[in-house]
Ligand binder design. Structure first.
Ligand code: ACO
Length: 345
């Protein structure tokens, strides 16, 4: 028998319609590398000031992985913490999805390297690339596998070592990014809380706003491509900013509409941590209060696919999110890509 949806919900898709099958987040984990790079240190590297960075972005410091630490190292740490919270052994994991734009190498997939390191012998594994939106894309894909009864336990990881594709001479971008990883365990929990809806979108016409042109089949690595800086992330900041606000609002509003709930009922909104001014613009347009927003970008900077995954873990572990709360994750990234996920915790 299907459980009765909580009052005020119209569940648009699966959760209460699949004979009691739900997709719940049963564990979260994150990892930030030890080394912290402050704005004061950046002042010595490029022509910038702590004042400019904090007022224009809200970022005060970011974590950087060590030279011998790769994306999979960060991801494994976050994954172990999520598995521990969920009470799941690596052998119980059916599928590992890793969202990243900084894989350990072009192939094999970083997810396979993580599968081996965790000892998740039964798990299928693949990477997905949706830039800063990757974790939400991963949640939706994981949910589909669970609701279709293909798998019972899916590990979704967002992990980045953006410091390797950052041009440390370019003040327009180098002050923005950080390294880190976040993970979530998705499981079927009959008659329980879970993912209510996930929205995803993309607009490839604006791919040029934010990209790393070198290293793929269009522009393979050569001495010339390296000299021309084509293996660094490039961004048209102002246009990206405008698109981020628009797309995040659209995705958040679509989630609210699908679930037929008012923004005031959402206990915690976790936006992509790119810029405090973007978060503020989204908050205002949605009609949310500052108290509803969860922000950690002052300490982490923009960690792309890891961003909302890290923030979700921090919000859960510090008690900001409680059982039964409605949580709204909202993301935006290169592609362009965007998305939102409404979760009943
Ligand atoms: N220190 C000092 N001055 C700087 C710095 C800096 N670090 N960076 C830029 N400036 C200067 C510029 O050169 C420019 O000077 P000019 O007027 O003499 O030309 C001036 O500051 C203003 O530059 P703008 O680009 O107009 O600054 P803006 O207020 O737009 O802020 C920023 C730039 C922070 C990049 C902002 O546009 C932004 O956050 N954009 C969106 C980023 C984002 O959302 N990314 C999400 C996806 S990331 C992903 O997918 C990996």
């Amino acid at each position: 028998m299907n459980p009765t949806p909580p009052a005020g919900f119209r569940n648009p898709r699966a959760q209460y319609d699949f004979k009691g099958r739900t997709c719940s987040i049963t564990g979260v984990g994150s990892y930030l590398p030890q080394r912290v790079l402050t704005n004061a240190e950046l002042e010595k590297m490029v022509d910038t000031t702590d004042e400019w960075i904090t007022t224009r972005t809200g970022i005060r410091e970011r974590h950087l992985a060590a030279a011998d630490e790769s994306t999979s190292d960060l991801a494994c740490q976050a994954a172990r913490r999520a598995l521990e919270m969920a009470g799941v052994t690596p052998e119980q994991v059916d599928l590992i999805i890793v969202a990243t734009i900084t894989p350990d190498m072009p192939f094999p997939a970083t997810a396979c390297l993580i599968q081996h390191r965790l000892g998740a012998r039964r798990a299928a594994a693949f990477d997905l690339e949706a830039a800063c939106s990757g974790f939400i894309y991963g949640l939706e894909i994981g949910q589909q596998f669970i609701m279709s009864r293909t798998y019972d336990t899916v590990l979704v990881i967002g992990a980045e070592k953006l410091s390797t594709i950052t041009d440390w001479r370019d003040r327009n971008t180098c002050v923005l990014f950080g390294d880190g990883a976040g993970a979530a365990v998705l499981q079927n929990r009959p008659h329980s809380h879970g993912l209510l809806t996930v929205c995803m979108g993309a607009d490839g016409a604006k791919a040029g706003l934010l990209s790393m042109p070198g290293g793929g089949s269009r522009c393979p690595a050569t001495a010339e491509s390296v000299a021309a800086g084509k293996h660094f992330l490039r961004m048209e900041g102002k246009e990206t900013f405008k698109n981020a606000v628009q797309a995040m609002c659209t995705a958040a509003e679509e989630s609210l509409r699908r679930c037929e709930i008012d923004i005031a009922r959402v206990a915690c909104i976790i936006p992509h941590q790119a810029n405090r001014r973007i978060i503020e613009a989204v908050r205002e347009r949605l009609g949310a209060t500052p108290e509803q927003m969860f922000v950690n970008l002052d300490r982490c900077g923009n960690t792309s696919a890891a961003s909302v995954a890290i923030a979700l873990d921090e919000a859960v572990r510090c008690g900001r999110i409680r059982r039964g709360d409605l949580i709204l994750l909202v993301v935006f990234g290169a592609g362009l890509t965007w998305g939102a996920a409404m979760i009943e915790w």
